[in-house]
Design a protein around this ligand. Structure first.
Ligand SMILES: *[C@@H]1O[C@H](CO)[C@@H](O)[C@H](O)[C@H]1NC(C)=O
Ligand SMILES: *[C@@H]1O[C@H](CO)[C@@H](O)[C@H](O)[C@H]1NC(C)=O
Length: 365
């Protein structure tokens, strides 16, 4: 067991290598530098792109994202199942032996996304697990290894397999210039827990990721709960997340936060204050904030233009960039998934929230 572990660690360090310095994505104070250019960056999200089975569709989406002037794409780097998988999946979790699927219906689908991103020069945020049950998530680990989503962070068997999965993904793309950042989880929460639980897990996991790949940025992927400024639910720490405390973690290079007033039971006018609260915290920590997901189920332009402006206005003062939720496009099978928040390429929504936003960013000095 010990011999095998030492052997595996040896292979991992032998595989480590640095992308060329000029092509790296880095933090530069509270801003991001990509390919040597420090500015405010706009991006988007696509949870589904790594699960497409048609390379032409993957290429169409990356071409359209690039043509739109968006530079960062956040994708799901996980797809966990427990048994009898059908279709695309990345990892099968079981107490009697888990497997990582590197086959044609496995991580080779994510390979296609990385390859297309490399071709067009778009940079990827790739995360390793979902807090939510979609595509398996922590629930799939709980099904295999017991406990609950609240004890997932400290469950030795779950964490051992999660780290194996992280090593498998990083091993494939550590040399790629298309990686913007590794992300520990999508929207990690630990309801009712002391905020030390996520703080400790994020500290240890980010140190492990840095050991595997010292040349790419690392971030948490949280919603940004736990920040001073207001007494409403998202500002509090009831979900076990303390944004300000987590910004202090050495191996986390930037902060993330999300914005869904509709799901959080606050008005849309909540947005600009929420953005300011995070920009203030990031400025104090000397790290960029990335406004990583935001959406409304309707009236997209009317509701979100003021959020984008509030974020851009802080471009030298805490905010490094943003990524709306989520990208929509026409695929060979028809329209990509529409969850109500989707902004489709070529639509009127895309004009005001992508074209106009990118133009306003380009006008910033
Ligand atoms: C950091 O940004 C400043 C301008 O704000 C620039 O002069 C400098 O070259 C940047 N450094 C890197 C490493 O990109
Ligand atoms: C990416 O977009 C830019 C700006 O529109 C364009 O000049 C470039 O040719 C595009 N790259 C590819 C590979 O299509």
């Amino acid at each position: 067991m010990k011999t095998l572990l030492t052997f595996c660690l040896g292979l991992l360090s032998a595989a480590r290598s640095l992308p060329s310095a000029a092509a790296r994505s880095t933090a530069n104070g509270t801003r991001f530098s990509i390919d040597g250019l420090t500015k405010y960056y706009a991006g988007t999200n696509s949870y589904w792109i790594g699960f497409l089975t048609n390379d032409a569709d993957v290429n169409t989406v990356l071409d359209n994202i690039n043509k739109s002037g968006l530079k960062i794409l956040r994708v799901w780097g996980f797809n966990d199942v427990n048994n009898n998988p059908s279709g695309v999946y990345f990892q099968r979790l079981s107490a009697s032996g888990s497997t990582i699927n590197t086959g044609a219906n496995g991580l080779q689908r994510l390979d296609a996304v990385v390859k297309a991103a490399e071709r067009v020069g778009v940079k990827l945020i790739i995360n390793f697990v979902n807090f939510w049950d979609d595509y398996g998530g922590m629930k799939a680990y709980v099904t295999a290894f017991g406990g609950s989503k609240e004890t997932w962070y400290t469950n030795a068997k779950a964490q051992e397999q999660y780290r194996k999965y992280i090593a498998a993904v990083i091993g494939r793309y550590a040399k790629s210039d298309a990686i913007f950042a590794w992300e520990l989880a999508n929207e990690p929460r630990c309801k009712g827990c002391n905020t030390d639980v996520i703080f400790k897990w994020a500290s240890e996991t980010s140190a492990y990721v840095r050991y595997l790949d010292p040349s790419h940025m690392i971030t948490l992927g949280d919603e940004g709960f736990g920040v001073p400024g207001d007494s409403t639910y998202p500002y509090g720490t009831s979900e076990g997340v303390d944004f300000v405390k987590n910004l202090k973690i050495k191996d986390l290079d930037f902060g993330t936060f999300h914005l869904y007033p509709d799901s959080w039971g606050v008005p849309n006018s909540f947005g600009p204050g929420w953005i300011k609260a995070h920009a203030d915290a990031c400025k104090a920590a000397g790290k960029p904030c990335f406004f990583e997901e935001y959406g409304t189920p309707s009236n997209h332009c009317q509701n979100q233009v003021s959020w984008q402006k509030a974020s851009r206005d802080r471009y030298t003062d805490g905010m490094g960039g943003d990524a709306f939720w989520q990208w929509g496009d026409r695929l060979s099978s028809g329209q990509s998934p529409n969850d109500g928040n989707t902004l489709y390429y070529g639509s009127a929504d895309a004009t005001c929230l992508i074209t106009d936003h990118v133009r306003a960013i380009n006008a910033l000095s």
